[in-house]
Design a protein around this ligand. Structure first.
Ligand code: UTP
Ligand code: MN
Length: 512
């Protein structure tokens, strides 16, 4: 427990708020109040003291033997009593602020009821036990077990809206606030628990308060109804369409897929594929589907460069059950052997009929505008392939059965493909899946693995930590120490965390 502040004891009425000239003369000589500042806060205490004085109560600035009523907010009886005994040893009434506010309303000291008395271990106290957490997401362990999904969903929606409105700063602020709540061990029940938590700005706190008090945030509800937000979501949901393009279309009154199809807009190859496979690509990819894609990619890599290694990265490496795409990192244990690997992998995949679309790039900075609208700070220079896979139903089903066998879970009858078939949307024997392939030389593998495992906020926070706290620059290629003017080598993620002076956080706990 935080030790209570000790105050000097005076036994006179000197300094009492009652002597202030805005106050009425003392009307209740038998009642002498003292308001405990701890947890109430100095400004609220000053306000309540003045209010008491105006209503003719004597309010002491310092605690003394004259005090008959000690008014507290969010303190337990036990802690206040211990403090009081060390101060004056007087058995004054230990009262909750509710007695004070009721007395103010009544204009006289109201009768002390049980509910006014401080509980020995105030029940409230357990509930309002404040959380505490380090301020960088990369210092925290964030599993997928989110106890505050209602709050984080609200904040994430506002983050998404900010990002779709080109207000990235605001977006990051909401993302950081959501990440703090995701890392808490229990559901938040009251605002007081959030005192002292990092990254919770006024705007985020207002949203949280709204949800806690009313079950929903008016701003979130309004955003969900907003035509612009919904149009931006639908249009940027097309693979290959970024915010800028979506905004231009909205200005031209194109707010939906049908309108886009009917319009004269020229679409690039990525956008054409995005529109053609819109429904599939907006259907979450399951873990079993990711396994099926992994088997195909492994076969492709093994046949063009035996000995090369394929690693599942992105959300699935963090243990997510679904994703918007499947990400792979490919390397070879001998430095240099990976050179030229991507075109070979791609042409193998293409020759086997697995690719509906692909775009391979050496330098992804050039892709910033055409790509799926990622911030350029996330871009790196790896050989990379954005693709849309054609995943045969057979392969998908096989992987699902294998996974089910391994997990011994109940059969699940409503996989996305099954659903679309039931709905009569054509019995197509495959589904489209977004797949990202990245090739890195073994010397950069650990950095690439760390950089591509995510979450995006975790990565952002790692880079912020490196820059602000360690004077280092971290990318998916390397770690540079600005003070020593040299690169710090690493062959595992653990070494990178150690260079950064951070405790190692495994992928499953990077879900910030
Ligand atoms: P994703 O966008 O695939 O996110 O990026 P995800 O965590 O896997 O989640 P879903 O389920 O697919 O939506 C994966 C990681 O790759 C990094 C991102 O920062 C993220 O950490 N990344 C992505 C880059 O470093 N550069 C890029 O150009 C894209
Ligand atoms: Mn992903």
């Amino acid at each position: 427990m935080v030790p209570l502040k000790r105050r000097k004891v005076v036994s006179s009425g000197a300094g009492s708020a009652g002597s202030d000239d805005v106050t009425s003369p003392t009307r209740f000589p038998q009642v002498v109040l003292f308001l405990l500042e701890r947890k109430m806060g100095a400004s609220r205490r000053a306000f309540l003291s003045q209010l008491g004085g105006k209503n003719g109560f004597q309010v002491e600035e310092l605690c003394s033997e004259r005090v008959t009523h000690v008014i507290c907010e969010n303190n337990s009886g036990e802690e206040v009593r211990r403090w009081l005994e060390s101060q004056v040893g007087s058995p004054a009434h230990l009262l909750d602020v509710s007695w004070f506010t009721e007395s103010m309303r009544a204009g006289r000291p109201v009768e002390i009821l049980d509910r006014h008395k401080l509980q020995e271990q105030q029940i409230n106290e357990v509930e309002v036990e404040a959380f505490s957490t380090p301020s960088y997401a990369c210092q925290r362990r964030t599993t997928l077990d989110n106890h505050n999904a209602v709050l984080t969903d609200a904040l994430s929606l506002l983050a998404e809206n900010a990002e779709l409105s080109d207000e990235d700063g605001r977006g990051v602020a909401f993302r950081r606030a959501a990440a703090v709540l995701k890392s808490l061990p229990e559901p938040v029940t009251g605002l007081t628990q959030l005192r002292g938590l990092p990254c919770l700005g006024g705007h985020s706190l207002r949203v949280i308060k709204d949800v806690l008090e009313n079950g929903a945030s008016s701003e979130v509800e309004a955003t969900k109804q907003s035509e612009r937000f919904n149009a931006l979501k639908v249009l940027t949901g097309i693979f290959g369409v970024g915010v800028k393009t979506a905004e231009r279309w909205i200005r031209e009154r194109i707010v939906g897929l049908q309108q886009l199809q009917d319009s004269e807009q020229t679409l690039n190859r990525a956008q054409q594929a995005g529109l053609r496979h819109y429904e599939d690509l907006n259907q979450p990819v399951t873990r079993a589907e990711a396994d099926a894609v992994a088997a195909v990619v492994e076969e492709a890599v093994a046949s063009v460069l035996p000995g090369a290694r394929v690693t599942l990265i992105g959300g699935f490496r963090r243990g997510k059950l679904t994703g918007h795409d499947v990400d792979f990192l490919i390397t070879h244990p001998e430095e240099g052997r990976e050179a030229g690997l991507m075109p070979k992998v791609v042409s193998w995949l293409d020759s086997q009929g697995f690719l509906l679309y692909q775009k391979t790039s050496r330098n992804s900075y050039l892709e910033a505008e055409d790509g799926p609208g990622r911030p350029s700070s996330n871009m790196d220079r790896f050989e990379r392939c954005f693709s849309v896979f054609k995943l045969p139903e057979e392969a998908r089903r096989g992987a699902e059965e294998a996974r089910r066998g391994a997990e011994e879970t109940e059969p699940c009858s409503s996989s996305p493909a099954a659903v679309s078939q039931v709905k009569g949307e054509g019995l197509k024997p495959w589904r489209a899946v977004r797949v990202d392939l990245v090739v890195s030389p073994i010397s950069q593998f650990a950095f690439a693995l760390l950089g591509w495992t995510g979450s995006k906020l975790f990565e952002r926070e790692l880079r912020r930590w490196a820059g602000h706290e360690k004077a280092m620059s971290l990318s998916s290629h390397a770690l540079y120490d600005n003070r020593q003017s040299r690169y710090l080598r690493a062959s595992s993620e653990e070494e990178i965390f150690a260079h950064l002076g951070l405790e190692f956080i495994p992928p499953s706990e990077r879900n910030a």
